[in-house]
Ligand binder design. Structure first.
Ligand SMILES: Cc1ncc(COP(=O)(O)O)c(C=O)c1O
Ligand SMILES: [Zn+2]
Length: 402
């Protein structure tokens, strides 16, 4: 095996195992690869001829046999310039990575493709996740494709369409009277008795590894360079953790040089443990007070390893900011006017950009990449159509638009 675990907190090395990602010191275990060996086949040239999914980076994913790979075509999402916004805003270049184009309409597909491929390699076929929604529907789809049994636990105010999706993919779907961490406790309590393989955030190695491919792709799509700033809507944090890990590996492989991007985590006001911990100037503290934010993927008051997210933000020279519900709505509409279907999380990243430009934190020459992590469609309240005119003839239409 050309990979093993390395603890981000204490530096301990352990052999790779499927069902854990926690060191005995409490730190997060990330997968470390034999990069000398990887370099023999993973070259900039070889990548030009590879599959356009995240599995193009197979040397950097912890799966041994090609037959274990469970893929619905995730990854290699478009990275497009936002020319219209660039003309309005004082910044260098602006891109959006269109993660909503993944299977099941969110970036969560990447993590589950990796996690369930590992599960298949180890003969596991009963999987469970706690989620704010998108991870649940992604797990449901990948488990269905792999012929595994899926159990998903989501807060009761999870957007209805996402719950429908889980049921449609055949997952045992349960609504929980509580937050994502309450849902997680149900899995931990039942895990032994039910034989569930827990694919919750940072409970196993695959999800962070799958999300790592966002960072690998971003660099390749920009011609093996990186932007000055990455703005990412953050909840459990495995996106930030995965991407930061990607950049380290690309550096070690010699694929990129120079400074790494300043990482920005955006949260919604009312559930902002990263923002508050960053402002306190000391260690990470989960949110203990009242949680008052919308049911989105950013609503994670107790991320499993907030210390690690915070240390990455600090190491990168980044920041965590909270944006209001109103700013998110406005940014979603602004994205819509540019032809981009953005979920509240994706819109929050755009709202964060506006805020950071106003504060002077983003400078006029900065190159920025936003992550649009999911589709607006998964969250639509159906109220836009209700105010539209209904017509039968052209004359009706003329009257209605007058
Ligand atoms: C659409 C969307 N964006 C962002 C996030 C937060 O991602 P992470 O867990 O990587 O912080 C989630 C998580 O549920 C999500 O569904
Ligand atoms: Zn450790």
């Amino acid at each position: 095996m050309n990979y093993g675990f390395l603890c981000r907190a204490c530096g301990l090395r352990l052999s790779f195992q499927p069902g854990t990602s926690r060191c005995r010191c409490g730190g997060t275990l990330l997968v470390e690869y034999d990069l000398e060996r990887a370099r023999r086949t993973l070259t900039k040239e070889s990548l030009k001829h590879r599959v356009t999914s995240m599995w193009r980076y197979r040397e950097l994913l912890p799966v041994q046999s090609k037959d274990s790979i469970i893929s619905l075509g995730e990854g290699w999402s478009p990275l497009i310039r936002l020319h219209y916004a660039e003309r309005l805003l004082p910044l260098g270049k602006l891109w959006v990575k269109r993660e909503e184009q993944n299977p099941t309409g969110s970036f969560k597909a990447r993590g589950f493709s990796a996690a369930l491929s590992i599960a298949r390699e180890y003969g596991i076929n009963k999987v469970a996740v706690n989620s704010n929604g998108n991870a649940a529907s992604a797990l449901a789809a990948y488990a269905a494709y792999a012929g595994m049994e899926a159990y998903v636990f989501v807060p009761r105010d999870c957007p209805g369409i996402i719950v429908e999706e889980c049921v449609q993919y055949g997952a045992h779907t349960c609504l929980v009277d509580g937050f994502i961490h309450d849902a997680g406790k149900i899995i931990i309590d039942g895990q032994q008795e039910q034989g569930w393989y827990n694919v919750g955030t940072l409970k196993e190695p695959g999800r962070a590894e799958g999300k790592k491919t966002m960072g690998l792709e971003l660099s390749e799509q920009l011609g093996w360079r990186l932007p000055d700033v990455i703005i990412y809507p953050t909840g459990g944090g495995s996106g930030v953790i995965g991407m930061w890990n990607a950049f380290q590996q690309l550096k070690q492989l010699g694929f990129i040089q120079g400074d790494l991007p300043r990482m920005v985590s955006v949260q919604e006001a009312g559930c902002q443990p990263l923002v508050d911990s960053m402002a306190s100037g000391s260690g990470f503290k989960p949110q203990s007070g009242h949680v008052d934010s919308s049911p989105t993927g950013m609503r994670v008051p107790h991320p499993p390893d907030g210390h690690l997210i915070l240390s990455i933000l600090r190491e990168s020279g980044g920041i965590a900011i909270a944006v209001s519900r109103e700013e998110i709505l406005q940014a979603g509409a602004a994205y819509g006017r540019q032809g981009i279907s953005a979920s509240p999380e994706g819109a929050a990243a755009l709202a964060g950009l506006t805020r950071l430009i106003d504060q002077g934190w983003i400078r006029p020459n900065d190159e920025v990449v936003l992550f649009n992590t999911s589709h607006a469609m998964k969250y639509m309240p159906w109220k836009l159509a209700a105010s539209l005119p209904v017509v039968k003839t052209y004359q009706d239409w003329l009257r209605a638009v007058k």
